[in-house]
Design a protein around this ligand. Structure first.
Ligand SMILES: Cc1cc2nc3c(=O)[nH]c(=O)nc-3n(C[C@H](O)[C@H](O)[C@H](O)COP(=O)(O)O)c2cc1C
Length: 423
């Protein structure tokens, strides 16, 4: 990377720390740094790849307003727990109020330092109608700004000894979400949150059940949308880090890449779980930090290798067969589009996910650090985070994207984010 580029980034980092980010940030990145940040999520074009991940920071219209003002590409709203028409919630254990939440330093197994948020809450616990109002408010606030609003839902997932799916919860919730989102005007993107615990189930039964969930849920949600007649849904599966080994993570990825009823996209991958750690008298907490990104990147590497191998073996077989057969493994070639989550606290880490094919990034922890950890002293927390993510002279996205373009021999300008994501 040229010294002049580094100096310009350093200058901008210092300048924007007091003056605030340029209002037309994407245009600035294009003009000054030759970067086209156009990204993609859930089949929608985004002005940039940065998104707020579902959680405590996307529960109110005020929070959405700040994110839209900061220019995020998308905001995923807090996860609502599905219910049927009578208000019955099979996943009601997930609708518990947040008690206390702390941002804590954490050191990964590699010795790398990072951050994790510890708390014991779960999904949306206010009335369902309030969530629908949040969708309506968020859509109004984001209208015409280019920020995409994405609801998130935890639908019923049967346990190993439960044969039935609660279709009434799927039907009622999907229809209400579509209506609030106004899906008659445009398809509604929807994230399906998993993060389950199958306490008490034996390993094989739990694994089989998880794979069944992943195969069935997209069709259940689409069928509900079709029955409602209220519009189309684009369903994304937010994969989680199960309490099993990396091989099982690959099985989960395989499960959503079946031949039929695939989701439209996926998100990889939600936080790790420590069943023994205690917080506020509650045993078992989710955590993030370097171990989360290490695991995610390791699994994504294996997934990529597997897919590449699948394609080359298949093309070999096809040429031996005369190339006429349409084979199942060809489905491996066209992987679903996906969004990255997990310890993205620098532009450099975002580039790691980009290199593995992510077309957008969704962050929670980095939008929640104590104020002294951001160099920018004006603006809201999201703007301060974006300032670090783009312009940090050592770890920022601008310097790392240029570095990577050089490594890959990409000389054309602008450097196109999406072209790199697509390899
Ligand atoms: C306090 C907190 C609450 C969260 N709530 C949800 C949620 O309701 N639904 C969901 O899909 N993910 C939830 N997550 C996971 C985040 O959306 C995100 O995927 C995960 O924390 C990894 O990103 P990060 O390392 O940037 O935090 C939550 C995370 C935190 C820290």
């Amino acid at each position: 990377m040229s010294d002049s580029l580094r100096q310009r980034v350093q200058r901008d980092y210092e300048r924007f720390a007091t003056a605030g980010l340029p209002s037309a940030l994407e245009q600035y990145l294009l003009d000054e740094y030759g970067l086209d940040m156009t990204a993609e999520h859930a089949g929608f074009r985004l002005k940039n790849p940065w998104g707020k991940a579902s959680g405590q920071l996307s529960m109110t219209a005020r929070q959405v307003e700040e994110d839209v003002a900061a220019g995020l590409g998308f905001v995923v709203l807090k996860t609502v727990i599905a219910q049927d028409e009578q208000g019955g919630q099979s996943m009601s254990a997930w609708a518990i109020p947040e008690a206390r939440m702390v941002a804590e330093p954490i050191v990964g197994q590699s010795g790398e330092a990072g951050w994790t948020i510890t708390w014991k809450g779960r999904g949306w616990w206010q009335p369902f109608e309030d969530y629908l109002q949040l969708i309506r408010d968020a859509r109004r606030i984001a209208s015409g700004t280019g920020t995409l609003i994405i609801p998130s839902c935890k639908y019923h997932l049967p346990s190993p000894d439960e044969p039935e799916w609660r279709i009434a919860e799927y039907d009622f919730t999907t229809a209400k979400l579509l209506e609030a989102w106004q899906a008659s005007e445009s398809p509604m993107p929807l994230e399906k949150d998993f993060s389950p615990t199958l306490a008490g189930s034996d390993r094989a039964a739990a694994q089989a059940k998880i794979l069944e969930w992943l195969r069935f849920v997209p069709k259940l949600v689409r069928d509900s949308a079709a029955r409602s007649g209220l519009g189309e849904v684009r369903i994304g599966m937010k994969l989680f880090n199960a309490l099993f080994d990396d091989d099982f993570q690959l099985e989960m990825l395989n499960a959503i890449h079946g031949e039929t009823d695939r989701p439209d996209f996926f998100i990889y991958a939600n936080r790790l779980f420590d069943p023994n750690r205690e917080f506020d008298g509650h045993r078992g907490v989710a955590y993030g930090g370097p171990d989360l990104s290490d695991r995610n990147l390791r699994v994504l590497d294996r997934w990529q290798q597997k897919r590449t191998r699948g394609v080359s073996e298949r093309s070999k077989n096809r040429s031996q067969d005369g190339g006429l057969e349409c084979s199942p493994s060809l489905t491996l070639r066209v992987g679903l589009p996906w969004s990255a989550t997990g310890n993205i606290t620098t532009g450099r880490m975002a580039v790691e996910y980009l290199l593995r094919g992510a077309t957008s990034f969704q962050l929670h922890t980095f939008f929640q650090l104590p104020a002294e950890h951001y160099a920018m002293k004006s603006g809201n927390r999201t703007q301060r985070a974006l300032h670090e993510l783009y312009f940090h002279p050592q770890t920022g996205f601008v310097v790392w994207l240029h570095h990577m373009a050089k490594q890959k021999g990409i000389c054309d300008r602008p450097i196109q984010f999406l072209e790199i994501a697509r390899g």
